[in-house]
Design a protein around this ligand. Structure first.
Ligand code: FAD
Ligand code: MG
Ligand code: MG
Ligand code: MG
Ligand code: MG
Length: 546
């Protein structure tokens, strides 16, 4: 088969024995993991292979449970409740942790250049170099400003725990400032104009949380200025939540309208100054500027500078996002893996491999495939090329045999031309996986499991298609399982889109969301803290001190 490079980890494995040829213990392989977010933490959590010396480098010494981050901005949940310190896991697993940022990856010398964070009490930074045998990149992504002038300086992002706290303080400061004497009505209106840029799940959820806060709490605490408040949500496209089902988008847009959130679609932000935000209306091309009190920027993610630089070095400079193969190996680079938001999987096309698939299935070398030949490879094809399954589902076909039948009448004897024709449309179903916690954590778990069974796999080398009679201990390519998406919309309502075209909106999905996230929180400690925050909020309302 063409995949002769198919054992991704074999070379690494060879040096992995604990004794060398003279019976002397050899140095353990050094695995360096960059990042302690969804993908990195999940990888570390599931990694159980004593043959590795594991070192973690991340500028934050905790895991952050991002789905609840928008709830921190208005005090529904405390920031401390949604972080999980990483030291506990490190001690339990015997891994080593360094609180620093990797600023340069040097793949040709297998070296990393790292720098400590500048703390509030510590002046200056410490720099150091590290080497690695295997590198796992899980550094996530950074907010994308699309180089819009003024955004870095004047807007708030919502990505890290500090961001959520900064937003919370700033919202409350706006209310305190607007409550001071000697301000004109215009000035109060400006200070209390909250602008959210980006109609994706985060921007929508933040707007909803802010609205809840204004309605449920501000009305009581700042009754005099409440009438001056306004929330504007700006979206460049035609609709908000455009990755969701149309029913959810429509529901959310209607709800926002009822709530009095000023939703402006087709408006692209072209600049932000200290006092004004300017948008270009797509239809008219007109530029409109409006005064604001606070801007929250949430328009998607881009690659971190250290990753951009790395991509240049390995010949991926033209790409938008770092590419890996289906085993999460970085393309064009040895012994480097990348997971989560940092990378996308460059899914292999069926058409590229069609001749090889055919000849592998055609056991007797007859030039045609019969039903039996075919059954022997169907499962492997579906495993190796997820787009096949998507295509069958979309066309309501039970399996590949049906696809061939529909392409070739009732005759199940197919030659290479029929085979090609039947599968010709399949690659059109290829889609990049979304940048979500669900994908990141599944990738972390997947890679850890591969690393855990390295030694077994070495004895029974892997092939990308699992053919009958071959060993079992092989690495299957990464497969994503979608458990559904949630979009909290405020007012205790959540929209849920679950597998099987099931859409549910309302209070029941709010509780579904609570329970899904409560059960996914990493530790009992975190779970307890979040549940007690929720309870406290129900009973006493939110804390409004900044
Ligand atoms: P991250 O989780 O971002 O982790 C990156 C890690 O790398 C961090 O520890 C960081 O400190 C570290 N790091 C950064 N730079 C360096 C460096 N140079 N060297 C070393 N370490 C570095 N997804 C869902 O599925 N459901 C949701 O409800 C949901 N809600 C979200 C809400 C918000 C507000 C946000 C911001 C995201 C949300 N997401 C959600 C998306 C989800 O958080 C991301 O997809 C996920 O965090 C990606 O995981 P990751 O491991 O790639 O990156
Ligand atoms: Mg991570
Ligand atoms: Mg995270
Ligand atoms: Mg990220
Ligand atoms: Mg990704």
């Amino acid at each position: 088969l063409v995949y002769s490079d198919s054992n991704p980890l074999k070379r690494v494995l060879h040096a992995d024995a604990t004794l060398d040829s003279d019976g002397q213990p050899i140095r353990k392989k050094k695995v360096v993991v960059l990042g302690s977010g969804w993908s990195g933490y999940s990888f570390l959590n599931y990694l159980n292979n004593p043959n590795y010396d594991v070192q973690v480098v991340s500028p934050r010494n905790f895991f952050l449970f991002t789905p609840l981050l928008p709830s921190v901005t208005n005090g529904t949940v405390e920031a401390r409740s949604i972080v999980e310190p990483i030291r506990g896991l490190m001690r339990k697993k015997g891994f080593e942790y360094k609180e620093a940022e990797c600023v340069k990856i040097d793949p040709s010398n297998k070296k990393l250049h790292c720098r400590s964070k500048e703390g509030s009490s510590l002046k200056g930074t410490t720099e150091f170099d590290m080497d690695y045998d295997i590198l796992v990149i899980a550094v996530g992504a950074k907010p994308n400003t699309f180089n819009t002038p003024g955004v870095e300086e004047h807007a708030y992002f919502l990505k890290e725990a500090e961001d959520a706290l900064n937003i919370r303080h700033s919202v409350i400061d706006c209310f305190e400032r607007a409550s001071l004497p000697n301000l004109t009505e215009e000035e109060r209106k400006k200070i209390l104009h909250f602008v959210v840029v980006g109609g994706g799940p985060t921007g929508v959820e933040f707007s909803a949380e802010l609205h809840d806060f204004l309605v449920q709490d501000v009305a009581k605490i700042y009754p005099k200025v409440q009438e001056f408040t306004r929330i504007t949500l700006l979206e460049a496209g035609d609709h908000i939540l455009n990755m969701f089902d149309k029913r959810i988008t429509a529901f959310a847009e209607e709800k926002f309208q009822r709530d009095g959130i000023d939703l402006k679609t087709g408006s692209m932000v072209v600049g932000v100054t200290a006092d004004e935000i300017s948008t270009k209306e797509r239809e008219t091309g007109k530029i409109v500027s409006e005064p604001y009190g606070m801007v929250v920027w949430s328009t998607g993610i881009g690659s971190r500078p250290v990753i951009r630089d790395f991509m240049q070095q390995i010949g991926q400079g033209q790409r938008r996002v770092l590419a890996t193969d289906e085993w999460l190996r970085v393309e064009g680079c040895e012994d480097v893996y990348a997971l989560g938001d940092t990378a996308t999987i460059n899914q292999r096309r069926v058409m590229e491999d069609i001749a090889a698939i055919f000849s592998k299935a055609d056991k007797g070398n007859t030039g045609t495939l019969n039903k039996k030949d075919f059954n022997g490879v169907v499962k492997d094809i579906c495993q190796r090329y997820p787009q096949v399954e998507l295509y069958l589902k979309k066309n309501k076909l039970k399996n590949i045999a049906h696809l061939l039948k529909s392409a070739n009448g009732e005759d199940t004897q197919v030659n290479i031309e029929n085979f090609k024709q039947a599968l010709s449309e399949v690659d059109s179903q290829m889609k990049n996986l979304p940048a979500t916690a669900q994908v990141a954590s599944q990738q972390g778990k997947y890679l850890a499991k591969c690393f855990n069974k390295m030694e077994k796999c070495e004895r029974k080398p892997e092939g990308p298609l699992r053919f009958r009679g071959e060993g079992r201990h092989r690495f299957q390519p990464f497969r994503y399982r979608h458990f559904g998406s949630f979009a909290p919309l405020g007012g205790e309502q959540t929209a849920a889109e679950l597998p099987g075209d099931w859409v549910s909106i309302g209070h029941s999905s709010q509780w579904l969301w609570y329970s899904v996230y409560a059960s996914k929180l990493v530790s009992w400690r975190t779970r307890m803290l979040v549940i007690s925050d929720w309870t406290r909020r129900f009973v006493f309302g939110r804390d409004s001190s900044s």
